[in-house]
Design a protein around this ligand. Sequence first.
Ligand code: DC
Length: 236
Amino acid sequence: MIVAIDGPSGSGKSSVAREVARRCGLTYLDTGAMYRSVAHACLERGVDPADDAATAEVARGLAIEFLPDGEGQRVIAGGEDVTAQIRTPEVERAVSPVSANPAVREAMVAAQRRFGETGDVIAEGRDIGTVVFPAADVKVFLSASPEARARRRAVQRGGGDLARGVGADVDAKEERAVLEALVRRDAYDSSRAASPLRPAADAARIDSSELPFEEVVRAVIALSPELSARAERGQR
Ligand code: DC
């Protein structure tokens, strides 16, 4: 089965997708990590992310793999472990033009569909229910207010994780900066010509602003009898 989870950054979709994967025995596919890997490879090779032709060349030649690692997974791009490097502010700045490039998207979507053929997958991104897997068995569009998303990201940067109930001291100025960057990135991701962020017509919409993590996970599982049965069987 294929489960598609889309939404803006900080909506909690990575944590939710990972937990649903664990409870229901699905393989987790983090498509944002793929665009980040391309951006990282461009920076490493001195390719300007705004150079569409050169960036597409990098994307087409980059083999991206995910290796299970305890509760999480490691991202291997071009044979190199880039798990930590793809989360830096430099990559964060470069990834928007990279992911707005239609030729890059074409290469990534093809790789994501191949991944989907390997079995039961929960994929998370911006265009999973609309473009990558339009016939997905379950589609979710997860959103949250900009303020709730900025708070989660700021706490994450401070070493906490609100999904796990672990707080962290957050500087109000830092949280405002996170909020501004997030609103800018949302506007960019939603207004680009190639696969803008938008819910699929048949996606279930969940707003996680006020919902505890556990309730969001349960709400996703409750959307499908197959997911509920898998969770009940306690696969994995
Ligand atoms: O989810 P994330 O923050 O790791 O995503 C990184 C960037 O990649 C973000 O700018 C949106 C983009 N992205 C995309 O365009 N399509 C996807 N399916 C996943 C991510």
